[in-house]
Design a protein around this ligand. Structure first.
Ligand SMILES: [Mn+2]
Length: 368
């Protein structure tokens, strides 16, 4: 896809914007010819209001004109850029599974989510959100993790996210196991102060020590509370379930002031009313959304490290994320996609769509 990009000043633009800007294909790099003349002419003549955003923003090439399967895989086929400079939001990969306790493979999550994200189109047909007419977004690649050392990885993640949030850019993270939420929230809270948290997961991830270790994918939110990164009255955990180490595995969460919504409260229901309550709970303060794909039932999302039966549906996932519209979201992640266990690719496809939905509820998004 990079061959389809053209640099204009500091911002990369899609060839379609270039076509629109010039109104002709003649001024475009020779690669354009690779589309076939007929498609290029159609692209140049198409109604800009319908198909393209204002040229201030990055717009991925439409699969109407550029084959989905072509190009280097970036999230949503957005342009790649090296840093968060100049961006309102950025997709970032954190490819680790060193923190996982069971099935490995989440280190391949970002790559597979990017590959499946080739299905994403520019508009949200359900909500009529137009993210690429609202925000400057790009894929800024992956954090360079240390696959041999989880603590060093956490340090690297924290430093990388410090730089991202310092620019004012909102990170949309492709995980990676759930350990990553801890160093991300360290960086985020350093900028914003203690944040509200909407945590969607099968597990509370509030263990203190596992196998003698404080850092792992079952402990991030315990560490966050200890370090004062969360505004505990503005934390909700949704979808929790599964066998526990004690009769009430969520007692610690409740003692911190978290609202705990076990999966039994979600069964057979729309979660839209719940989200109205969550929006009240979150108020106007900064909110971080952390979504573990294992919150979904393993029938929908089998490609994950620690699956639990009887989970949420993709419809409920959309209700939760769409229910975040209006909140002061300052960061989101989608974690725990493990491609080796995702034999159809549908777990990664679901993750890609959920990340797109997260982008669609960021502040300042335009809706038709
Ligand atoms: Mn988790």
């Amino acid at each position: 896809m990079f061959t389809f990009l053209k640099q204009t000043g500091k911002r990369s633009v899609s060839v379609f914007e270039a076509l629109r800007t010039t109104g002709t294909i003649s001024g475009i790099a020779p690669q354009t010819a690779a589309y076939g003349g007929e498609y290029a002419v159609r692209a140049a003549n198409i109604d800009p209001k319908r198909r393209f955003s204002d040229k201030r923003y990055n717009v991925p090439p439409s699969a109407e004109f550029v084959a989905r399967v072509s190009g280097i895989a970036t999230m949503g086929k957005l342009p790649f850029q090296e840093s968060a400079e100049g961006l309102d939001a950025a997709f970032v990969g954190v490819p680790i599974d060193t923190g996982t306790s069971n099935r490995p493979g989440a280190r391949f999550g970002p790559r597979q989510i990017r590959a499946e994200s080739a299905m994403l189109r520019a508009f949200n047909g359900g909500t009529r959100a137009a993210p690429y007419e609202s925000l400057m977004v790009a894929d800024i690649g992956d954090v360079n993790v240390n696959v041999y050392d989880l603590k060093d990885t956490c340090k690297r993640i924290r430093e990388a996210y410090r730089k991202i949030v310092a620019t004012g850019c909102i990170p949309l993270t492709l995980g990676g196991d759930h350990t990553i939420a801890y160093p991300i929230l360290q960086a985020v809270a350093e900028k914003h102060g203690p944040v509200g948290l909407i945590h969607v997961d099968a597990h509370a991830d509030t263990s203190d020590v596992v196998l003698g270790e404080k850092i792992g994918h079952g402990t991030p939110f315990r560490r966050c509370v200890e370090e004062g990164l969360l505004d505990c009255k503005r934390v909700v955990q949704i979808g929790l379930r599964g066998t526990g180490y004690s009769p009430d595995a969520y007692q610690w969460s409740r003692e911190q002031g978290f609202r705990v919504v076990q999966v039994e409260e979600c069964w057979f229901k729309s979660l839209t009313p719940l989200m109205a309550e969550v929006r009240k709970q979150m108020g106007d303060g900064p909110v971080y959304l952390s979504f573990d794909i294992d919150a979904l039932d393993p029938a929908f999302a089998p490609g994950t490290g620690t699956p639990e039966i009887a989970g949420l549906t993709p419809i409920q996932a959309l209700e939760i994320i769409r229910g975040c519209r209006g909140l002061n979201l300052i960061g989101c992640d989608l974690v725990e996609v493990s491609p080796p266990y995702d034999t159809t690719g549908n777990t990664a496809l679901t993750a890609a769509n959920l990340l797109f939905e997260m982008m669609c509820v960021l502040p300042k998004i335009k809706y038709y």
